[in-house]
Design a protein around this ligand. Structure first.
Ligand code: NDP
Ligand code: NHF
Length: 337
């Protein structure tokens, strides 16, 4: 069957916005425009992506509604901008984290429901085929009930984002710090694998990165119902590694993003059985995410990460920040699916 073509506008052509322009173009189902207020950057991006239409303001984009808007601005702007586009009839993919506070999210949810628009949150791990395979294996029940999740993650953030001090990353209020910027991917993946978090306790500090006040190292103890979880992440170690293990009653499954594999072990003291794929190029994840969002728009089905899932992760981000300050366990509010 012939696929629909979509008019897609990417709002904010910074680091991730440029990637979305490129990756939506690569789906071959999109005519892409983008909003970038800074004239110099707008011209540079337009030169790099000749098919993409440059716009200066969000108002211009709202005046000529697209089918899909991708919100790639700093987090405090996400919800209000998403709401404006939904009200103009667009489906919206919002970058992570959904926001820094839950303000306006109920309004966005109601508006999306009323207008029958798909709103998804761009937690891109959900587009990872290896993680999806491991999730399906766990969900099949062949390892028994999941009882524990252990995530161990780290990378040298300045290598990947040398200008981090000058971006939203520098403050919590603008969506920065290891918790809201990086760990949020991992807790969202944890939630996808084993369900929502009910309570948590956290510790975090700025250990190495200079020129910012926000934390670069974080440890979280969490309860996903009966399951015990433990998340650790830093943004300064040399290895770029992400490993998420799910220990079940009759076997352990481990996702190793850096090795592009998941592995299982079911015999006590036995050998790992590996399920590997060739290493993915970074764009490939985002092309898959774009394609999957357009599929949801086409079918009217739920996106990979729904607004409700993104809101739950937002509550988790906030509870981690609160626990670091209070030194107490924090409860996570329920979110209606
Ligand atoms: N999923 C992932 O892997 C990643 C997700 N992200 C997330 O994406 C978001 C953006 O991050 P990133 O691209 O790194 O940030 P950048 O600072 O690189 O880019 C943000 C862009 O938004 C633009 N912008 C700011 N305000 C407005 C506005 N009012 N209207 C239109 N455009 C505006 C900025 O324009 P100007 O040029 O004027 O500053 C800039 O181009 C964050 O929420 C971040 O957490 C980021 C990186 C990777
Ligand atoms: O979401 C993200 C994924 O990784 C990037 C590089 O470490 C971050 O900058 C970003 O915010």
């Amino acid at each position: 069957m012939e696929r629909s073509r979509f008019r897609v506008v990417v709002v904010g052509a910074g680091s991730i916005g440029e990637r979305h322009i490129r990756c939506f173009q690569r789906t071959d189902h999109s005519d892409v425009a983008f909003v970038e207020p800074r004239a110099e950057l707008r011209a540079e991006i337009a030169a790099r992506y000749p098919g993409a239409t440059p716009l200066e303001t969000v108002e211009q984009a709202l005046g000529d509604p697209s089918d899909v808007a991708v919100i790639a601005t700093p987090a405090p702007l996400h919800v209000a901008q998403a709401l404006s586009f939904v009200r103009r009839g667009a489906h919206v993919l919002v970058e992570k984290p959904l926001a820094v506070t839950p303000e306006g999210v109920d309004q966005l949810t109601a508006a999306a429901l009323k207008a029958n628009r798909v709103v998804g949150v761009a937690y891109v791990y959900r587009a990872h085929p290896v993680l999806a395979d491991m999730r399906a294996a766990i969900a099949s029940g062949r390892f028994g009930r999941p009882v524990e999740l252990v995530a161990v993650c780290g990378q040298h953030f300045p290598l990947y984002r040398p200008a981090f001090r000058e971006t939203y990353y520098a403050t919590h209020a603008s969506g920065g710090g290891a918790i809201q910027d990086a760990l949020t991917h991992i807790v969202n993946a944890g939630q996808w694998l084993v369900g929502p978090v009910q309570r948590l306790a956290a510790d975090a500090a700025r250990c190495v990165l200079d020129g910012v006040e926000v934390e670069d190292t974080v440890h979280v103890l969490a309860r996903h119902g009966a399951l015990l979880a433990n998340y650790s992440l830093n943004q300064h170690q040399a290895p770029n590694e992400t490993a998420i293990s799910v220990v079940c009653e009759r076997g352990t499954a481990r996702f190793e993003m850096h090795a592009c594999r998941w592995r299982e072990m079911t015999t006590p003291g036995g050998e790992w059985i590996d399920h590997s794929r060739p290493q993915l190029e970074r764009d490939e994840l985002f092309i898959r995410q774009a394609g999957s969002f357009l599929d949801a728009v086409e079918s009217g089905g739920p996106p990979a990460c729904t607004l409700a899932d993104g809101l739950h992760t937002l509550h988790v981000n906030r509870a981690i920040l609160a626990s670091v300050t209070s030194g107490q366990w924090e409860q996570i509010p329920d979110v209606e699916p």
